[in-house]
Design a binder for this molecule. Structure first.
Ligand code: B16
Ligand code: MG
Length: 220
C-alpha cells in the first residue's frame, strides 16, 4: 500500500473499472489497426510506440504517431476513421473468452459484496467491446469516450462516472492499467489500483501485475 491509502482508512463504496488492459486486452487490435494505417501513410510505428498509446484517446494517439507532422483537419479525421474501421473489424472476433483471467470472478465478488460497479473507458468503441464480452449487466454505469470531451489524463471521465453512480469521488476505487488513467483517477480524488509494471502504474495506491492477482483482503 502506498500514499493516500496508508494515511486514511479507505471507505470504498464503488469500484470503477477501465476496460482495455484491465478486463480485456484489445491493445493488440489497436496496434494492428494503427500499424496498417501507418504503413499506408508511410509513417514509422513500432510495438514500442504502441505502448505510449495505452489509455490515450484516438485523437491523442494519432497526434503521438504523427510526431508533429502537419496535416489538415480533414486528413486527420479521415485517418482516424480509417483506423477505426480496421479496429472495428477486429472487434467482431471478440468473445467471452477474451475476458482477462480473474475479471469475471472479481466482478461477481464485488457485486455480491454490494459495491456499486462502473466502467470508465477512453474508448468510443467500449459499448461494442462490452457487448461482445457479455458483461454489461455487471455495471450500474458505463462511461466511454463519448461521455466527456476531455479524456484521461483529465479527471472528467471518472468524475462523470462517480456523479452518475451518486457516489462521492473519495469513496471510489479505480482499477487502471495506464499511466494516463492513474493520473486521471488521482486528479479526480479517487483511490487507485494499478495493473502492470511499477514504471507504468507506480503511483497507484495498490499495484498488482494482473487483475487475477488483486487481493481484496489487502484493500477492504
Ligand atoms: P477508441 P481504455 C483506450 O481504452 C485504449 O487503451 C487506447 O489505446 C485507445 O486509443 C482509446 O481507448 C480510444 O479508443 O479509438 O476505440 O475510441 O484503456 O480507456 O479502456
Ligand atoms: Mg486501459
Amino acid at each position: 500500500m502506498t500514499g493516500a491509502a496508508k494515511k486514511h482508512r479507505m471507505k470504498i463504496a464503488a469500484f470503477i473499472f477501465d476496460l482495455d488492459g484491465v478486463l480485456t486486452d484489445t491493445a493488440e487490435y489497436h496496434f494492428l489497426a494503427w500499424k496498417r494505417l501507418a504503413e499506408e501513410e508511410k509513417l514509422p510505428f513500432s510495438r514500442e510506440d504502441n505502448e505510449k498509446l495505452r489509455g490515450v484517446s484516438r485523437r491523442a494517439s494519432l497526434d503521438l504517431i504523427l510526431q508533429g507532422r502537419e496535416m489538415s483537419e480533414k486528413k486527420i479525421r479521415e485517418m482516424m476513421d480509417r483506423k477505426n474501421g480496421y479496429y472495428r473489424a477486429y472487434l467482431e472476433k471478440i468473445t467471452e473468452k477474451d475476458l482477462l483471467p480473474g475479471s469475471i470472478d472479481l466482478l461477481r465478488e464485488l457485486q455480491t459484496k454490494g459495491f456499486k460497479l462502473a466502467l470508465a473507458s477512453a474508448s468510443k468503441n467500449a459499448p461494442r467491446v462490452i457487448e461482445r464480452l457479455g458483461i454489461a449487466s455487471f455495471f450500474d454505469v458505463i462511461a466511454d469516450g463519448n461521455s466527456v470531451e476531455k479524456t484521461k489524463p483529465a479527471p472528467d471521465l471518472f468524475l462523470f462516472t462517480a456523479e452518475k453512480m451518486g457516489v462521492p469521488p473519495a469513496y471510489c476505487l479505480v482499477v487502471e492499467d495506464a499511466e494516463a488513467g492513474i493520473a486521471a483517477a488521482q486528479a479526480a480524488g479517487m483511490y487507485t489500483i494499478g495493473i502492470g509494471p511499477t514504471d507504468r502504474v507506480g503511483s497507484a495506491d495498490y499495484i498488482y501485475p494482473s487483475v487475477s492477482e488483486i487481493k481484496l483482503e489487502d484493500i477492504l
